[in-house]
Write a protein that binds this ligand. Sequence first.
Ligand code: PYC
Length: 326
Amino acid sequence: MAVPLRLIDSHTEGEPTRVVVDGGPHLDGATMLERREELRRDWDFLRTAITAEPRASEGTVAAFLTEPVSADAAAGVVFANRAGYLGMCGHGALGVMRTLLHLGRINATNERFALDTPAGPIYATLFDDGSIEIQNVTARAFRLDVPVQVPGTGEIVGDIAYGGNWFFLVDAARAPLPEIAAGNVSRLTSLALEICAALQAHGITGEDGARIDHIEFFGKARLLNANAKNFVLCPDGSYDRSPCGTGTSAKMAVLAARGRLRAGEPWLQESITGTLFTGRMERCADGIVPFIRGRAYVTGETALFFDTGDPFRYGISAQELRGRDS
Ligand code: PYC
């Protein structure tokens, strides 16, 4: 690519987002789903270049900005990580809003902005105290108390819910989980990967056979005001450093289905890194409308160059490394 790709780097409560602000592909599908397919089909090398090593750290989410598809939206956005494309991304949406503010593309506080995503429109409000709240897509509990046999561990019971992505949610009060603590990240990751594999092996899915690719564990909060602390395994095998916007949405859908969270009542979700999202929800016909509030910070401006002599100019993929072995 002759033109460098320009990114704004940010993190939302610890989890990184890289917004492509210049030099990215022009996507002209009529819907955000079509635009996501266009990215996957024609521009996937940009996803890996932005989210994989040697340029990116684990967990990095890329946000490709597009023209809006709906009349009142500020922009469209497709989220992706080093494993593929996401329906929605809560921390990423907060990062996009902070980035648009940094660029001067939006400037009003206390005003609602719409963003089009492949999962549907979401709405964001920037507050004077620097925090940002998104109104996420509708979240819903799909199946509660689902047992799964996990080789080497035994039966684990969890709930299946949608919050913009599909989650299997497991509470430490009902399952033998390691303590949700930074020192246990590798044990939590291994167990979550095993549960993910067991769900697939047993054909346990979300609605219409949707693959459950996020596993979320809950334990006792450390922060005094928080309701619970979570650990979220993302589809790329990394863990979310933030409390996960779509995961917090899925959690509130489960709590609402169990009658344990009332409309408007705050749900304070602590992350494995000790950061916090403040959630709340309203009920709607198909589930709940989740609201997630947190903070994002711009950390850098980056230009990516693509040296044709660089074998890793589009990122180091596991597949590429395997090819080098043969
Ligand atoms: O905040 O929704 C989220 C998210 C999904 C994957 C990483 N973060």
